[in-house]
Design a protein around this ligand. Structure first.
Ligand code: CMC
Length: 433
């Protein structure tokens, strides 16, 4: 083997035979070993529970450096986007790999306005959920059902993906607000095209016939920032679900519905709700931090400190840092005083000085402080993960689109290492003990 090949390949010796596996380099210096021929050449698969070490695709959407705490969408730093953009600008960026100019942004806004209404028949669906139904369950059902009312246009789903994407981004906002109204037993408030994307959502949530809602720019700005911070995060659990389900060739709505279900989990997007429940429990226990820290460390207790830790970040989650900084300002502007903010800060201090968490690089993640802001702007706790889904939607769609456009895409079908019984002789039912 020549030196040139050794520079571009990893060597793997299996049963005395050397195999040369190509080394891939990402745009930001990330390195991977291409094992796509491994099974065919050697009969071996790789064993990687939870895909901790496996890249399942190459993607040009989001860059994340977990050691340095860097997050970029399409090359732009999250700090700049969260500070200077509208959520719909970021959605456009994720979908088109380009920040929109004024004209493009107006075009996108017009599409979102055009698609804001929900088919009236679909509104009856809401009547058949129990009053305490989880808004995440409702969201996933409704998004899946959109396919029946608004099938992708044209034979090729990619041909009209911009319209389908706009439809989804607009209608999911309406569905989310309607599910809240139904849970309250309040009349629905329809979308209004004179309002911004976030303003429209807030109005659909909080306007009532007896108390008209005034859209406050500060509240809109806070929601806008949170949605941007949630908009994509490369191959996280829900995005992988979207890609996995989509890789079977199913429509976009069904793929997104799968992503919503994955996001619901308390280890993933559901953590924002779990954080508030945890902070409330600490408060109710007279600020007994020690008790919760001990529970989190106890390997026999399934409890974990929600809002801490991340698969990729080994330092502060940059999104968490932005949200933490924004908390004070937003609460002050809205004149809200929340005792949970102080509890969150104290808990963070304790964690960052505790050997268990320090040695495992467990820092606050995006979900730790986001709930404090959602509470301040009036979003009920059981809607927090729905807010996350609203934000993540453009990312899911962009990832789905990229997957469908990638000629290398194959149906995702992982392997396993079989750990069950060896072959057994069949026993007729009358002879079984
Ligand atoms: N509390 C206590 N211990 C923890 C925590 C935590 N929040 N997170 C990780 N650990 C421990 C874990 O027990 C393990 O210890 P050991 O090495 O002794 O077995 C070690 O840290 C490594 O954890 P892991 O479970 O192997 O790490 P992972 O990459 O598989 O899990 C995680 C990542 C986010 C699921 C996990 O940190 C966690 O459960 N965090 C709490 C839930 C949460 O906040 N989720 C939101 C994640 S960010 C936003 C999003 O994705 O939606």
């Amino acid at each position: 083997m020549t030196d040139a090949i050794l520079k571009t390949h990893a060597q793997l010796v299996i049963e005395g035979k050397t195999h040369y596996l190509p080394i891939l380099k990402g745009a930001e210096g990330d390195k991977a070993i291409d094992i796509s021929t491994l099974m065919k050449e050697t009969g071996y698969v790789v064993y990687d529970v939870g895909s901790k070490n496996s890249a399942t695709c190459s993607s040009a959407i989001t860059f994340l450096d977990g050691d340095k705490g860097i997050l970029r969408y399409r090359g732009y730093d999250i700090e700049d986007l969260a500070e200077k953009c509208l959520f719909i600008e970021v959605a456009y960026l994720l979908l088109h790999n380009k920040l929109p100019n004024r004209e493009e942004l107006e075009g996108f806004r017009t599409l979102l306005e055009e698609y804001a209404l929900l088919h009236e028949d679909m509104i009856h669906f809401f009547d058949h959920f129990p009053p305490n139904a989880s808004p995440m369950a409702i969201l996933s059902v409704m998004v899946n059902s959109l396919h029946n009312y608004y099938p992708e246009m044209g034979g090729d789903p990619l041909e009209n993906i911009d319209k389908t994407a706009s439809r989804l981004i607009s209608k999911v906002r309406t569905i989310a607000a309607f599910s809240y109204k139904k849970s309250m037993g309040h009349p629905l408030v329809y979308p209004r095209n004179d309002l911004s994307y976030c303003g429209n959502f807030l109005n659909m949530m909080f306007d009532t016939p007896v108390r008209p809602y005034t859209v406050q720019p500060e509240v809109v700005a806070a929601m806008n920032k949170l949605l941007i911070l949630h908009a994509d995060h490369e191959q996280n659990c829900s995005t992988s679900a979207v890609r996995l389900v989509g890789s079977a060739g199913v429509n976009l709505y069904a793929s997104i519905s799968a992503g919503i279900n994955a996001l619901w989990g308390p280890l993933h997007g559901g953590a924002n709700e779990a954080v508030i429940q945890m902070l409330q429990a600490i408060y109710a226990d007279g600020n007994d931090y020690k008790k919760y820290i001990a529970k989190a460390k106890d390997k026999n207790d399934p409890f974990r400190l929600s809002g801490f830790g991340h698969r990729v970040y080994r330092t502060y989650d940059p999104r968490g840092t932005i949200i933490k900084k924004a908390c004070d300002g937003i609460l002050a502007v809205l004149n809200v005083s929340d005792p949970l903010l102080e509890i969150a800060r104290n808990l963070e201090d304790i964690v960052l000085n505790d050997e268990y968490f320090v040695s495992r690089n467990l820092y606050p993640n995006v979900d730790f402080y986001s709930g404090i802001i959602y509470r301040a702007i009036g979003i009920p706790t059981n809607m927090f993960t729905v807010m996350f889904a609203l934000g993540r939607l453009p990312g899911w769609i962009a990832q789905w689109k990229e997957m469908r456009e990638d000629p290398q895409t194959k149906i995702m079908r992982p392997r396993q290492v079989y750990a069950g019984e060896p072959q057994r002789t069949f026993i007729p039912i009358g002879e079984r003990f």
